[in-house]
Design a protein around this ligand. Structure first.
Ligand code: FAD
Length: 402
């Protein structure tokens, strides 16, 4: 039996490892279109741009470990077509047959669709190759504009400000990280970045980018202009679904899978950023871009392939390092009815719980890892809790889990 995995990123690598760890003895082919061995992306916007880690330090497995696990990795090899009837995938230079196929194609950075977005000096950050280009450009830049006040934009803003650059974050919503964290956490982060010298402009989108061959400015929809010799676009991701769609799989916003990671084709499964999956914490189908989701969904897919199907039911969690601040989130803040703050924001260590129906549905922790670990379990447990109990510093959060 041969299992072919398209996409040699976090999810693809985990599917292959889990299959081997759980006794799969057949052929395993992992096909990736990048030039590197599988690597982790989170450090790209953190330690990597500070030169605290180099590409070799990002690898998820060495070539020797892959060989030992008999994972046949094809790098720099892009799958261009899936023939479901013949059970074949076509790459730029070969055809590979499969018994089962796993789509782990991830997502790509969303581009700005405005005049000037192709100018030199306008960049995004998704791959090692992007990060190598960006960090060299950052070192030479003076005025850095970051489009998008999400986690990648804010992580880079903190690094750029610490390097002494003039930094402007442009966020179209009325607060940073609006879809991910509570308003209090957004305003706390905005104050923290402002204290590092970063200017945060909110509420207006980018209308155009100006410059001759190189970017020189960013014009906003309200007419304001921001001078910039380097622009980082961090406005979210687009799932890589084109080959799945061409093969006739349902892909409204991601490849539709069930709770076992199976698509409508019994021979094809999918995991990671590219999937639209049933998520209990979202109350319906959801697409998540996180390491947690990539790893846990990959394990689900491996279980289904090995005849031991267990539904995907993992609590979402995420982290973001912004300067000296560690933000950790859990759950999905969808339909929050009220917020409860535990700890004093002034102290730089606190957690905001999102409540709905008297239960914790999400939590954002600033420099509070112990709260975060309990919050993950509170979200999973779905127990009734009161705001007073959560807020009370004398409450041992672990006691709420008993
Ligand atoms: P990917 O890791 O993107 O892997 C998909 C692979 O498939 C890619 O190599 C892609 O090139 C390849 N591919 C696509 N199409 C084809 C094809 N047709 N043929 C062959 N190969 C193909 N998550 C967190 O939880 N915490 C963080 O702090 C965090 N920080 C991040 C920082 C950055 C800069 C980025 C970009 C992401 C970050 N993430 C973070 C998100 C996390 O890295 C992703 O959710 C995770 O990598 C998803 O894994 P994946 O395998 O689904 O996709």
């Amino acid at each position: 039996m041969r299992i072919v995995i398209i996409g040699a990123g976090q999810a693809g690598m985990q599917v292959a490892s889990s299959l081997r760890q759980n006794g799969f003895g057949g052929d395993l082919v992992l096909i990736g279109d990048e030039q590197q061995l599988p690597y982790q992306r989170p450090p790209l916007s953190k330690a990597f741009i500070k030169r605290q880690v180099e590409p070799a330090g990002l690898l998820l497995r060495s070539a020797a470990a892959l060989a030992e696990q008999r994972i046949d990795l094809l790098i720099d090899s892009r799958v261009t077509r899936i023939d479901r009837d013949a059970q074949l995938v076509q790459t730029n230079d070969r055809t590979v047959g499969y018994d089962y196929l796993v789509m782990a194609t991830g997502a790509r950075a969303r581009n700005l669709q405005v005049p000037g977005s192709n100018l030199a000096g306008v960049m995004s950050l998704r791959s090692i190759s992007d990060a190598l280009t960006f960090r060299s450009a950052l070192e030479c830049a003076h005025q850095v504009a970051i489009v998008g006040g999400g986690f990648i934009g804010l992580e880079v803003a903190a690094t750029a400000a610490a390097m002494g650059k003039s930094v402007t974050v442009i966020e179209g919503a009325d607060r940073v990280m609006a879809r991910a964290v509570a308003p209090l956490v957004s305003s706390w982060l905005e104050a923290m970045h402002s204290s590092m010298g970063t200017r945060i402009l909110k509420g207006h989108a980018v209308a155009s980018l100006g410059g001759c061959s190189r970017v020189q400015s960013v014009r906003l929809t309200n007419g304001d202009e921001v001078r910039a010799d380097l622009v980082l676009v961090g406005v979210g991701g687009v799932p890589n679904v084109e080959i799945a769609k061409d093969a006739g799989l349902e892909c409204p916003n991601g490849i539709t899978v069930n709770e076992f990671g199976q698509t409508s084709d019994p021979r094809i499964l999918a995991a990671g950023d590219c999937t639209l999956h049933p998520n209990r914490f979202a109350g319906g189908e959801f697409r998540l871009e996180s390491v947690q989701n990539a790893i846990d969904q990959a394990k689900t897919v491996a279980g289904a392939l090995l005849g031991d199907p267990k539904p995907y039911d993992s609590v979402p969690w995420f982290w973001s390092d912004q300067g000296s601040v560690k933000l950790q989130t859990t759950g999905l803040p969808i339909g929050t009815e009220s917020y409860v703050t535990r700890g004093d924001p002034e102290s730089g260590r606190f957690t905001v719980f999102h409540l709905k129906g008297g239960r914790v549905i999400a939590a954002d922790s600033i420099n509070s890892p112990a709260d975060h670990m309990c919050a993950r379990r509170l979200v999973a447990a779905n127990h009734a809790v009161t705001a007073e109990t959560l807020r009370d510093p004398n409450t041992d959060l672990k006691s709420l889990l008993l």
